[in-house]
Ligand binder design. Structure first.
Ligand code: AMP
Ligand code: MG
Length: 535
């Protein structure tokens, strides 16, 4: 593929620091293989026949120094479909390994993701561009390197929605249909189907995962491991100073902190990642690899959307904090050869547990409108955790309803008012009996008294609750409706949802229909509450 120099893209400044600083696989063949002593392999995207642009992120365009008009050009389409390379791009696929569902899986790597290079923008920030679904690489193992529309749309929309919600995440620039079909056995039941192929351009400061470090240690390649750790520290954690054993330990602690921050945000908005394998854990604490993820509808800590994990439910909503710590432990083992002392690593893992606990309690207190947590707010949160499970209750709608209910005795005692406020959030109205309403009222009385003790007035409470409890989240069935429409050639709903999710905390009364609880038809429809890893 010939590299071109085109307006307005010639303004983009490529400074491919990952490939510049780290060792490449010397083998240039695009053939599946084991790779050693290297952080990546050179590989080109596979051209596609008839690409079309489905959606783009104007915020991400702006970050890169492009505008919406630029995104409508044929060149933009060809570049982000993998048909055209710009001068300065150096396409490559990363080598990484990982623990999948608790077991070491050996080499994984970018099997269907190709990095184009790193853009340095006007603010001197770095953004790596990555095409997901752009054809096979040396890491594709037995798979095809491609991606289908349904999973690509889910990744595009969710990563941008997460960004607007304030959750650390990789981003998405574009979603392109390739005009080619991809065969997938969505239910793993021996019924493969042709589905439309698609490519998402993902963007992040880097795409380094825990697994990038793990694979090097597994290969006994401490030299390259050291280079990769030094690179990560120098580029993303420069305030830690020049690398030393102490700095490595301090860096690990920082990764623990960033990971905890990310998981706290997932718990706040009701996000279930679904596949928290160590190859899906970003070293920057970004949500990465949107696959069979899901959004909590009725509050159920045991829920996972991933049908592949239906048995053990390893990656269910409520265990995400512990799984993150287990993954950090694997990272600790991977970097141990650089530190050769378990103590600081153990301390950092303990720090993770304490820090997570504290941050999560603060987050739960804030969801109720408090300024910080204390024993009273902790008791309230844990009672609410039970209450939300007593009847099927939509977590998102419950918190928004709660902020609407004024905390005066008359309101709380008024059954009609309670029903008016919370009706929207109950999935099974016949579960709402007198006993339940009394429980709810008891809790509301405790809440009211805690607000008084903590000096929280109504105005403060409502405003602050609505800043942390989103009204609009990417309900699983909404993504599926957008997929159904794009498959029929209609992109309108996708564009509308992207617009709604730009302001997820605003009331947007004209968009109320996107803040409704999951309709009954979606309860058991594939893609709406259950997803397989097939993508
Ligand atoms: P995931 O569970 O999606 O994070 O993927 C796990 C591993 O499988 C990664 O190494 C992916 O690159 C690889 N992989 C997933 N799907 C494909 C595909 N269609 N073609 C090639 N590699 C894939
Ligand atoms: Mg992955």
């Amino acid at each position: 593929m010939k590299a071109v120099n085109l307006k307005p893209f010639e303004e983009l400044c490529f400074d491919n620091r990952f490939v510049k600083c780290l060792p490449a696989d010397p083998n240039l063949e695009n053939r599946r293989r084991q790779v050693s002593n290297a952080c990546y392999s050179w590989v080109h995207p596979t051209p596609v026949r008839a690409p079309s642009l489905v959606c783009w992120s104007r915020e991400m365009l702006a970050e890169l120094g492009l505008n919406e008009a630029d995104s409508q050009s044929n060149e933009f389409l060809q570049i982000f479909a993998g048909n055209l390379l710009l001068e300065g791009m150096q396409p490559h696929a990363m080598c990484y390994g990982g623990h999948q569902f608790g077991h070491w899986a050996g080499q994984l790597g970018d099997g269907r993701a190709i990095l184009l290079g790193d853009i340095k923008n006007e603010k001197e920030q770095y953004w790596s561009l990555q095409l997901k679904g752009a054809g096979p690489t040396p890491y594709s193992r037995s798979a095809d390197g491609l991606a289908v529309l349904r999973s690509s749309l889910r990744e595009f929309l969710c990563s941008e929605a997460m960004y607007h919600l304030g959750v650390p995440t990789t981003r998405a620039l574009s979603l392109v249909l390739t005009g080619e079909s991809v065969v997938r056995d969505m239910f793993y039941d021996g019924n493969p189907q042709h589905e439309p192929g698609a490519i998402v351009c993902r963007v992040a400061p880097n795409f380094i995962r825990f697994g990038n470090f793990q694979i090097l240690t597994a290969q006994g390649d401490v030299d390259t491991l050291k280079q990769l750790v030094n690179f990560t520290i120098e580029t993303e954690f420069p305030d830690l100073g020049s690398p030393s054993k102490e700095v490595y330990a301090e860096w690990f602690k920082r990764v623990c902190q960033l990971t905890a921050d990310m998981v706290v945000e997932w718990m706040r908005v009701g996000f279930v990642h679904g596949v928290m394998n160590t190859d899906n854990m970003s070293i920057l604490g970004l949500t990465i690899d949107y696959g069979p993820y899901g959004w909590l509808e009725n509050f159920d800590p045991d829920w996972t959307p991933n049908t592949t994990d239906a048995q053990g439910k390893r990656y269910r909503f409520g265990t995400q904090p512990q799984i993150a710590q287990w993954n950090l432990l694997q990272l600790a083992e991977a970097i141990y050869p650089l530190i050769e002392d378990v103590k600081p690593l153990e301390q950092a893992l303990q720090f993770y547990a304490d820090y997570y606990q504290q941050s999560a309690q603060t987050m739960y207190a804030k969801k109720l409108g408090f300024k910080q947590s204390n024993s009273q707010t902790e008791k309230l949160s844990s009672a609410l955790n039970q209450l939300l499970q007593t009847v099927e209750t939509d977590m998102t709608l419950f918190y928004r309803g709660l902020s609407q209910l004024s905390m005066d005795q008359k309101e709380i005692d008024n059954e009609g008012r309670l029903r008016q406020v919370f009706d929207k959030s109950w999935y099974q109205p016949d579960q709402i009996d007198v006993a339940y309403l009394n429980q709810l009222r008891d809790w509301l009385h405790q809440y009211q008294s805690a607000l008084r003790t903590n000096g929280i007035d109504e105005q403060y409470r409502v405003q602050h609750m609505n800043n942390v409890n989103p009204k609009y989240v990417l309900r699983n069935y909404l993504a599926q409706l957008a997929i159904d429409q794009v498959e029929q050639g209609d992109n309108a709903l996708l564009h509308e949802l992207l617009e709604v999710f730009r302001n997820p905390y605003d009331e947007q009364p004209e968009k109320e229909r996107y803040a409704e609880r999951r309709p009954e038809w979606a309860r058991h429809r594939a893609g709406c509450s259950m997803l397989s890893c097939s993508s």
